[in-house]
Design a protein around this ligand. Structure first.
Ligand code: MF3
Ligand code: CO
Ligand code: CO
Length: 284
């Protein structure tokens, strides 16, 4: 039987009884629970995991080639070529009208930068490359920062502390914790380092579609928001600004998000599976 058919059958299986029981306890405490459709069955997880391996490979490939003097279109070419060579699809291309295969966000660009022949990467720049791969209908989403040549101490610190924010978020993403626990942990750390956290954009459920519930804010209150049930697949992708938290959208392309005050911004993203004992990173 072909894999996609098998996955459909598997998706019909109910959520395991011991998990349903625990969800019922949470519901009695008036906590917010995911729909059963957000709890991935094992064969779906297998599909997302495979998409994740290719997605990680795309980012590794970018890492091998990215350098000063390239344009962000060159990054798009690398992503498009590697993805196609592995039988997969770049999710950003034509997603809600997005014109390219990957997001490339330089310095004061927070996210959703559009690759262009006109945008050159310079020595001292920091750039986020955000890739989402579709394989056999399953999605995996991750992004990394790259530091180009001689980067200032301030930029290096921003990039490294933002990665720390992601790792702290992952540590908080425990089964039966809540989405609010993730945002609380990330924002507490970011603020302690003198940075601000972008509020308008966040992580999300992912796997059977590009953006699923829940919205994973990178700020939050302990114990608030949706319960993290084993089988959920989410991204955590903090956008951390050196200056103030405010952002603006490019009025011409309607995609590129900049910091309002022109300060630098960094972002790292993983897709992770909530398991019964912790979590598993599916692409990084
Ligand atoms: N990859 C982004 C995310 O992490 C979404 C990009 S949407 C696009 O959710 F259209 F700009 F590609
Ligand atoms: Co992404
Ligand atoms: Co994402």
């Amino acid at each position: 039987m072909d894999e996609k058919l098998w996955a459909q059958i598997d998706a019909e299986q109910p959520v395991p009884a011991h998990i349903q029981e625990r969800m019922e306890e949470c519901r009695k405490k008036r906590m917010i629970l995911p729909e059963d459709s957000l709890i991935k069955r094992p064969v779906m997880v297998e599909g997302i995991r495979k998409a994740g391996v290719i997605n990680t490979g795309v980012l590794d490939e970018v890492g091998k080639h990215i350098r000063a003097g390239m344009t962000t279109q060159d990054i798009d070419d690398i992503v498009a070529e590697y993805t196609a060579a592995h039988g997969a699809i770049c999710a950003p291309l034509h997603y809600e009208g997005f014109p390219k295969s990957v997001c490339t966000s330089l310095n004061n660009v927070v996210c959703h930068g559009i690759p262009s022949r006109l945008i050159k990467i310079h020595d001292g720049d920091i750039i986020n490359v955000d890739c989402t791969t579709i394989l056999d209908g399953y999605y995996a989403d991750a992004s990394r920062m790259f530091m180009i040549g001689n980067v200032s101490d301030a930029r290096r610190r921003l990039v490294e502390e933002t990665k720390k924010c992601l790792e702290i978020g992952v540590a908080a993403a425990q089964p039966w914790a809540t989405v609010g626990d993730i945002g609380y942990a990330i924002s507490k750390y970011a603020h302690s380092k003198g940075y601000s956290v972008v509020r308008e954009l966040g992580g999300h459920g992912v796997g059977c579609d590009f953006h699923e519930d829940p919205f994973v804010a990178h700020i939050g209150k302990k114990g608030s928001g949706m319960v993290l049930v084993p089988g959920m697949v989410i991204t955590i992708e903090p956008m951390i600004n050196a200056g103030k938290a405010g952002v603006v959208i490019d009025p011409y392309d309607d995609w590129t998000i900049y910091t309002k005050d022109g300060s630098d911004s960094a972002q790292w993203e993983y897709t992770l599976l909530i398991t019964e004992t912790g979590n598993e990173i599916l692409t990084y």
